[in-house]
Design a protein around this ligand. Structure first.
Ligand SMILES: C[S@@+](CC[C@H](N)C(=O)[O-])C[C@H]1O[C@@H](n2cnc3c(N)ncnc32)[C@H](O)[C@@H]1O
Length: 239
């Protein structure tokens, strides 16, 4: 049994099997893009990604099993990984849309800036209004953000506002959000901020620790704000 609001260290393919059927309201998954896949020391090619197919087949099968009937899936990808992930996912669940996240910042290069990422979406949203366009801007980290200046804790960290948007768009308070590739725990911060529960799977011990420290820090800061607000109320009541 996996407890709510915990990080589990290990391979998500094994850990997800411990979750009951139809128990999760939303899955946010930001897998490695596997672009470092190399062949004999040479830079990898698209076809090399095929070695990832069995992994994602098992993962999509499990995701479909644990997701509630009215649950949603957000899966981050880019123009290179999308074709493989789309075809593999479609075997297990209907992919309903492809979201375009405009990161505002981008990597400057001679064949246009890399300033967006893609998110495959499965599910049906509870709300349906003009704010739900599938192209949206959320400021990402700029290329100067580093671990040492405190802005970034993980090389491919996503902004909290991005995952917060996904969670708010697709879940209600106290729902459960699963992140199979937890990294620095961005999903947990977004879930705590919006009064949802999270479950995080992360392979590397160092990121489990970084994420747990980040969550503890965030919860501490929240407590400080709460205490401050309470003391202000007391102050006004006493006046
Ligand atoms: C793209 S990063 C996620 C970054 C995260 N969204 C954040 O904002 O910090 C992917 C993470 O997945 C982890 N990972 C890779 N393979 C995994 C697996 N099979 N099971 C669980 N975690 C895995 C990596 O260690 C890495 O931290």
């Amino acid at each position: 049994m996996i407890k709510l609001n915990t990080i589990q260290q290990g391979d998500c393919l094994e850990l997800i099997k411990k979750l009951p059927d139809a128990s999760i309201d939303c899955i946010v998954a930001d897998p490695p893009y596997f672009l470092g896949v190399t062949h004999n020391g040479q830079k990898g090619e698209y076809s090399d990604l095929v070695i990832m197919k069995p992994f994602f087949e098992s993962l999509f099968f499990q995701m479909n099993r644990v997701l509630k009937k009215d649950g949603c899936l957000y899966l981050c990808c880019d123009f290179r990984t999308y074709p493989l992930l789309y075809h593999t996912a479609q075997e297990y669940m209907k992919i309903d849309n492809l979201l375009v996240w405009d990161k505002w910042h981008g990597r400057v290069q001679h064949y246009y800036w890399l300033s967006h990422e893609l998110i495959m979406f499965h599910g049906k949203l509870k709300k349906c209004d003009i704010s739900m366009k599938n192209v949206f801007t959320v400021k990402g980290f700029n290329s100067g953000a580093t671990k040492t200046n405190g802005a970034k804790l993980h090389p491919t960290q996503k902004p909290v506002e991005l995952f917060e948007k996904f969670i708010l768009d697709s879940t209600s308070e106290n729902n459960i959000v699963l992140d199979c590739f937890f990294g620095s725990g961005t999903t947990a911060i977004a879930a705590i901020k919006t009064n949802r529960n999270y479950i995080g799977f992360e392979l590397q011990g160092k990121y489990c620790k970084i994420a747990q420290d980040r969550i503890n820090r965030y919860r501490g800061e929240e407590k400080e704000i709460e205490n401050y607000e309470q003391s202000q109320n007391l102050f006004f009541q006493q006046k």
